[in-house]
Design a binder for this molecule. Structure first.
Ligand SMILES: [Zn+2]
Ligand SMILES: [Zn+2]
Length: 299
């Protein structure tokens, strides 16, 4: 899919080799402009030549991070340079919540959190760490409304999902809802945007309003795990029990931190009859910075 967001296209630059190397179409236009009919020539160069050129060299999508044209590989809608800058989650990860064990303290094949606390969801996995370029990208998607980033992120999440045999065939996808107040302010729910992108690639239905978020809970970022659980308890309701009953549900969100939100959503869905709930997020937050090894985050 080609991005139509041209805001980051460098001025005066076109992606086809014809423009750089003065292909025959551009040369013809120039000749026409300079020697025959200046006005007509300009029209030829500016309107007709690009159109013809697109037939010969279909325009490549522009990377939503850096604005440069690139050729998508394996369905990833991000240029290789920007992909390399993302702090992708590296194994080994906690078999329950998917946090890198190197960063969250290991207790066997589980992290310290999951060894202590039993989650309602089955397993959670994330594409990258909530840090560096990924954190910046999520910020731009949410607060600057750069939706082209949502498509790129969905392509990454789909690719991550395919690496997890136990998660990759859900019956239904449901995004974690944001409060009506936030929806009003932001104009869209980033989790819903991601769920749509993943669902269409997966060929599975997405219940956009499968969960409803009641009250606007206070911001979670300064709370510890227990406070987060208390803060968010009872915040979600499954709106269509018949749709989730007996099915494996894949819950979609942008960031997983302590799992409190994912757990509350999973609890509501299990109560409504879901067979199991797994979680896929774009990023996983590592709360305690002292867990991070030396040299992290990368400069
Ligand atoms: Zn890029
Ligand atoms: Zn864990």
């Amino acid at each position: 899919m080609a991005f139509r967001d041209d805001r980051h296209r460098p001025a005066g630059r076109r992606e086809s080799p014809a423009a750089h190397g003065k292909g025959w179409l551009a040369s013809a236009g120039e000749w026409f402009t300079e020697s025959l009919a200046p006005g007509l020539g300009e029209w030829f160069t500016e309107s007709l030549v690009p159109g013809l050129k697109d037939l010969v060299y279909p325009p490549r999508p522009l990377c939503p991070f850096c604005g440069q044209p690139f050729t998508p590989a394996r369905g990833i809608l991000l240029c290789p340079g920007c992909l390399q800058r993302l702090p992708l989650v590296q194994p080994p990860v906690c078999r329950v919540c998917g946090k890198p064990l190197r960063l969250s303290g290991a207790a066997g094949d589980k992290c310290q959190d999951c060894a202590r606390y039993r989650h309602f969801f089955g397993m959670a996995r994330a594409v990258g760490l909530f840090d560096g370029a990924l954190r910046e990208g999520i910020h731009q998607l949410k607060y600057q409304g750069r939706r082209a980033l949502g498509e790129a992120f969905a392509s990454l999440m789909f690719s991550r999902l395919n690496a997890e045999p136990q998660m990759r065939r859900p019956g239904l996808l449901i995004p974690v809802p944001i409060s009506p107040e936030k929806l009003e302010r932001r104009g869209f729910n980033q989790a819903a945007l991601l769920a749509q992108g993943i669902g269409s690639r997966l060929g599975r239905p997405v219940a956009m309003d499968g969960l409803r978020r009641g009250r606007d809970t206070p911001a979670q970022n300064r709370l510890d795990a227990r406070q987060r659980r208390r803060n968010i308890a009872g915040a979600f309701t499954a709106t269509a029990p018949a749709a989730v009953s007996g099915r494996s549900v894949l819950l979609i969100d942008d960031v997983y931190t302590t799992g409190a939100t994912a757990d509350e959503c999973a609890r509501a869905l299990l109560r409504a009859g879901a067979r199991e709930v797994n979680v896929l997020t774009l990023a996983v937050g590592v709360l305690d910075r002292h867990w991070l090894g030396a040299g992290f985050p990368p400069a």
